[in-house]
Design a binder for this molecule. Structure first.
Ligand code: ATP
Ligand code: MG
Length: 229
């Protein structure tokens, strides 16, 4: 088990392109303290997802460095870097397996109690209990879970995973007001005590962020708090 990081994050002059000679991220620098919430906003294609993918070391950068707790992440095995992240991605997915397995997916040795607690925290527990076999009900990607329920399940998965750094790519799909409230509350819970990078669409997320990074064409074009911008 790698040690759990505090969650200080630094990007230093990061450069990256998916193809040689076609840079997408230019001299990206940002410094984030453990526990802070960073909202990343900007138009489609701005490089928001690329930026967080680079931090998780899904790709190798072309220049610069990224540090977690002051340690250059390129000097650490990729798997140890991955272990520091919980992800809630835009595209929710459910695989063929029980509700339990779907929620425990990212972590070994999860107790039934932890799974239930996470479902209660996101407001899914009652729904799961109404299923024919409760938490043992087998789901697959064609299951009749609504879009909102899928999002809540993804959040429960990240809660159980309990990593020190959170990547949250907010979904834009519309859900009813009640579900929206549940998702909002669950996401707020999830960011507490973790360094959080939220690719934000919700105004509420942007408002209470410690720092907002406005990206365009791979650059930060503005940064500051909601009041400053
Ligand atoms: P959105 O709001 O639509 O999710 P984004 O800000 O997350 O946009 P990115 O996905 O980071 O944007 O994309 C930044 C640029 O990199 C875009 O021009 C995109 O076409 C390109 N890009 C993204 N992923 C790849 C890839 N796997 N291979 C090649 N180019 C890519
Ligand atoms: Mg994206």
């Amino acid at each position: 088990e790698p040690t759990r990081v505090r969650g200080d994050v630094e990007f230093k002059d990061v450069n990256f392109g998916y193809e040689p000679g076609k840079p997408i991220i230019h001299d990206f620098s940002a410094s984030v303290k453990a526990g802070q919430k960073i909202a990343i906003v900007g138009p489609t294609g701005a490089g928001k997802s690329t930026m967080v993918n680079l931090l998780m070391r899904f790709y190798d950068i072309d220049g610069g460095a990224m540090y977690i707790d002051g340690i250059d992440t390129s000097s650490v095995p990729r798997a140890n870097v991955h272990d520091q992240f919980s992800m809630v991605l835009q595209d929710t997915w459910v695989f063929r397996g029980s509700v339990k397995e779907n929620i425990a997916y990212a972590k070994k040795d999860v107790s039934d109690q932890q799974i239930e607690d996470a479902c209660k925290a996101v407001g899914l527990d009652r729904y799961v209990r109404s299923l024919p076999q409760g938490y043992d009900t087998v789901l697959d990607d064609n299951s009749s879970l609504s879009q909102g329920q899928r999002q809540l399940m993804t959040i429960a998965r990240a809660m159980v995973q309990d990593a020190p750094i959170l990547i949250l790519d907010e979904a834009t799909s519309s859900v009813d007001t009640r579900t929206e409230e549940l998702i909002q509350k669950a996401m707020d819970n999830l960011t507490v005590g973790r360094t959080s990078f939220v690719i934000a669409h919700r105004l509420s997320t942007i408002k209470d962020a410690d720092m907002i990074l406005v990206m365009n064409h791979g650059d930060i074009v503005e940064r500051g708090t909601h009041d400053e911008l």
